[in-house]
Design a protein around this ligand. Structure first.
Ligand SMILES: Nc1ncnc2c1ncn2[C@@H]1O[C@H](COP(=O)(O)OP(=O)(O)OP(=O)(O)O)[C@@H](O)[C@H]1O
Ligand SMILES: Nc1ncnc2c1ncn2[C@@H]1O[C@H](COP(=O)(O)OP(=O)(O)OP(=O)(O)O)[C@@H](O)[C@H]1O
Ligand SMILES: [Mg+2]
Ligand SMILES: [Mg+2]
Lengths: 258, 258
């Protein structure tokens, strides 16, 4: 059983697309998967066709905990047609930062809420907001691993270094068990020298931490999100489905051998 | 003289790339341009080759204002080789949200700091963080216009609608002069039906507000950022340079005729 945060300090890197489709690929392999949408944009929820904000969501349960009324994440679980469970986000997550700011143990709210659920799933993925905010810190404190998806370009590469500085602080001060699972290249085109160059730089700097599997650019991934589906439910023969299936295989090898 | 925020509630949409290269295109036309990096990621600063955080930056001056010591943005202005002025970001902008939270008039801090500078420039662009945070609200309160860059895909389209809900609240409660300048399609490929479809949906929904100019996908734009330059200093013949020059032309027509 592993809790994995999908995070990086750069927008549009493929966090949501990876949480959704890697989760779906593991579910295809018979694993029990829970996805948590911790981004106020609620893109993961929208990508699974959850258009209107349900009454119970990550915010509603966090808020109960903040008011000492005892939240219960199991109430917020939505079972999707594809067999993946998801805890939807809420636009109000944007204000929960201010509501948590003065609380004792504010970094442990998600970790405490997750405790009763961890044994029911093989993998729990948390789709993080793009900045290192109190919500992202909460997700990382609740996690065993963190995975960084990024396009092979200059600014996302900067986002890796920015993120890793925060990662070290969180490991030291808040969650010593947090491990870097690795970086995954997204929107990858091996004909683009910049993509190849960035991957090489990461392999040199973070020995053994860059996944061999790359996710190629594939418009079907965006079309599946528009249809409110994961790539396997939308088009199992697409490159995006092949790449995420391969990534799931590599992930299962990595998380068991750790 | 116009202050224009570049914002949208979606990561990786092309905000930084547009602030940088649209600003540079206007500077090429002889306009005096100031760019302000209001994102703690500091991507705009990095894209102009400002690697180490200068002593004076947007945070240092905001902090002085918070402590009632009187900030002075003109101290933080860096003159770049391309003739564009820039006020760099700082990683500490990530904590300024919490420092501002309890302050009277907290939404007007950037607006107050900008007042002494507005008459020195033809255009001031503010590169916003991707979420609607207190920093983004500050930028929008200080602005005459807002421009939304987005790739023609499902999730960024959702980000437009999410943003416009906040935009209306800000206009009503904080800054009645704020106008929507328009949406700009980025990473656009007219052969992709999804790109064309999203552009059409926006044109129907926001009559006359979608720029005719589209910014095509062009890896030179990312390479220029890696080199710490705007696209005109890096490769004036690239598609990215042509598209942003055309966008500058269209912007000058729009902002004068408004
Ligand atoms: N491999 C890919 N090929 C093509 N399009 C992709 C791929 N991965 C992601 N996308 C598209 O790129 C856009 C950004 O991806 P996504 O929303 O997953 O990134 P994110 O890191 O979650 O963004 P944010 O910072 O806003 O949370 C989306 O429109 C998505 O459909
Ligand atoms: N027209 C384009 N063609 C090719 N690449 C582009 C284009 N516009 C932007 N990019 C690249 O896409 C990535 C995201 O763009 P950018 O950083 O400008 O978006 P952003 O909205 O500022 O992101 P964030 O939400 O992280 O602030 C960058 O690596 C940039 O170089
Ligand atoms: Mg996302
Ligand atoms: Mg940016």
């Amino acid at each position: 059983m592993s809790v994995i945060s999908i995070a990086i300090q750069k927008g549009g890197s493929g966090k949501t697309t990876t949480a959704l489709n890697l989760g779906a690929a593991l579910s295809q392999e018979g694993k029990k998967v829970l996805l948590i949408d911790a981004d106020p944009q609620a893109n993961l929820s929208q990508s699974l066709g959850i258009e209107d904000e349900p009454q119970f969501n990550l915010y509603s349960e966090l808020k109960k905990d903040i008011l000492q009324e005892g939240g219960d994440l199991s109430k917020a679980i939505v079972h999707t047609a594809a067999g993946i469970d998801v805890i939807p986000a809420s636009i109000d997550l944007a204000i929960v930062e201010l509501e948590m700011a003065g609380l004792m143990g504010r970094e442990y709210l998600i970790s405490d809420l997750l405790k009763p659920l961890v044994d029911e799933y093989d993998y729990i993925f948390i789709d993080c907001p793009h900045a290192i905010s109190l919500l992202t810190v909460n997700a990382l404190v609740a996690s065993d691993y963190v995975m960084l998806p990024l396009p092979g370009e200059f600014l996302p590469l900067k986002g890796v270094y920015g993120f890793m500085r925060q990662f070290e602080i969180i490991r030291k001060k808040l969650n010593p068990r947090l491990e870097l699972l690795g970086m995954v290249m997204t929107k990858y085109d091996e004909r683009k020298s910049m993509n190849v160059g960035v991957k090489k730089q990461l392999e040199e700097k973070f020995d053994g931490k860059v996944f061999h599997t790359v996710i190629r650019t594939n418009i079907q991934l965006a079309k599946a999100q528009e249809a409110g589906k994961d790539i396997f439910s939308y088009d199992r023969s697409a490159n995006g489905a092949k790449d995420y299936r391969q990534l799931a295989g590599e992930l299962m090898e990595r998380s068991y051998s750790e």
